[in-house]
Design a protein around this ligand. Structure first.
Ligand code: GLV
Ligand code: MN
Ligand code: MN
Length: 439
């Protein structure tokens, strides 16, 4: 930093490495907040959890935020909390400026059955970047900002990537704060309850560049023997809530031909979408992740059903075709079984291509550090896809053992976590020093 810039470097710049043990220890400490076992049950304090349950703006999320903000303060970062609860911490440049920083970060909210690394790895590795530079008294030409965004997961409030979408100017903060969960609680009130409804305005300042480290959450890197992924983009995402209204009735007395069975329609729709994705020549994926039947009793034909549909594709035209086929089938179901079916769009994001210069930098950096690297498209949604609207952006992936994520069984070899964090360190350092983004 400015006052120590004249002290000689203790290691050559290319030999800088993050503190892997500290990174793992921080990941473990954060995972304890909302800690769960492999079955998704809360674990008592003191028991090492398999994963975490920190849905956005819950008390557990608040405790996670407090821990990470404490670490940011310990590193002397200038903290900014905005009006949808996004948190950034900035390390000024050598000249004291905080404008146009290189920004890195991710999220610390989880799905209800989350692992230890989804999101958290990117945030805590970003802290490692800062700590490493501090320890070696390295001042940078550009400031560096570490951030975590509110409600990336979208498991409680929709849309997902909500905080980063607001940060990038894609959603008014008031609309985000008004988003309600299934219990009718508004995000803004819940952020207030945990002390994270800040005052800094959103959208936030556009960074010089954004880079996010994340686990792959899929099987490709491990299968291909790569440790680092240079992420080329993110596939399009379409989420729909389906509400089906039929007629509840007696399971024993109602002839099969007279039923208006909302549960059967939900099941048929799930099977239709699975077939649609499997038959698709593109890499279409389709998931029915939530199904609720009413009244949900052994001897009652379900009169109502609620389910969610998640469709994704890297090819937007193919995604649109899948959405059309889904809607046509819903109409067919309604007619065949005499049902009323209402669709509500929850999320619709087009596929995103990342910046070729930042992708290339990730690839070259991993290679230089000796980590096998491959280019890969992201199947999961990420905050980086929103920051790509306002800054040159790319992501760094590392492996997910067995391709498992959004489950407490999510796991990555510690050496891969560290290799990816080292790659982040050198990518951020390059972006903060050089002119990689000059046209
Ligand atoms: C976010 O984690 C998503 O891809 O659903
Ligand atoms: Mn994530
Ligand atoms: Mn996730």
């Amino acid at each position: 930093m400015t006052d120590t810039a004249d002290i000689p470097l203790t290691v050559a710049l290319e030999d800088l490495r993050i503190d892997g043990l500290r990174l793992i220890e921080r990941l473990e400490n954060l995972a304890r907040l909302g800690g769960i076992d492999l079955q998704g049950r809360p674990v008592p304090d003191g028991v090492v959890p398999a994963g975490s349950s920190r849905l956005a703006a819950t008390q557990a999320d608040g405790r996670g935020r407090d821990l990470v903000v404490g670490w940011m303060r310990d590193l002397g970062l200038q903290i900014r909390i905005d009006e949808v609860g996004n948190v950034t911490g900035t390390r000024p440049a050598a000249d004291g400026s905080t404008d146009h920083p290189v920004m890195t970060g991710s999220h610390i909210d989880t799905v209800a059955t989350g692992g230890k690394y989804d999101g958290n790895l990117g945030v805590l590795s970003a802290l490692e970047v800062i700590a490493t530079l501090d320890e070696h008294r390295i001042a940078t030409r550009r400031p560096i900002t570490v951030g975590f965004f509110t409600n990336e997961e979208g498991a409680r409030f929709q849309p997902d990537m909500m905080g980063s979408l607001v940060y990038a100017g894609g959603l008014p903060p008031s609309v985000a704060r008004a988003a309600k969960d299934l219990a009718g609680m508004a995000l803004g009130d819940e952020l207030t309850a945990i002390g994270y409804l800040g005052e800094a305005p959103a959208p936030g300042p556009a960074p010089h560049a954004f880079v996010e480290l994340h686990i792959e959450q899929g099987p490709v890197l491990e299968r291909d023997g790569a440790v680092v992924g240079a992420v080329t983009g993110v596939q399009g995402i379409s989420w729909t809530e389906v509400r089906i209204a039929g007629q509840g009735n007696h399971a024993g007395t109602t002839p099969m031909g007279s039923r208006r069975d909302a549960g059967l329609a939900a099941a048929r729709l799930a099977v239709f979408l699975d077939d649609l994705a499997r038959r698709s020549p593109s890499n279409q994926v389709a998931t029915v992740g939530q199904v609720e039947l009413f009244p949900n009793l052994v001897n009652v034909i379900p009169g109502r059903a609620r389910l969610t549909v998640d469709l994704r594709n890297i090819d937007n035209a193919a995604l649109i075709a899948a959405e059309q086929a889904f809607r046509a089938y819903v109409e067919e179901l309604a007619q065949t079984y005499g049902l009323e079916i209402a669709l509500a769009n929850l999320v619709r994001f087009d596929p995103v291509d990342f910046d070729a210069r930042v992708i290339g930098l990730v690839e070259r950096t991993a290679t230089r550090l000796g980590h096998p690297v491959t280019r890969i498209a992201s199947g999961a949604g990420h905050d980086a896809q929103m920051l790509a609207r306002v800054a040159p952006t790319a992501m760094i992936f590392t492996t997910s053992h067995g391709g498992i994520s959004h489950d407490p069984a999510e796991w990555t070899k510690p050496e891969d976590l560290v290799a990816a964090a080292d790659t982040l360190l050198h990518v951020v350092l390059e972006l903060s020093e050089g002119d990689h983004l000059a046209v």
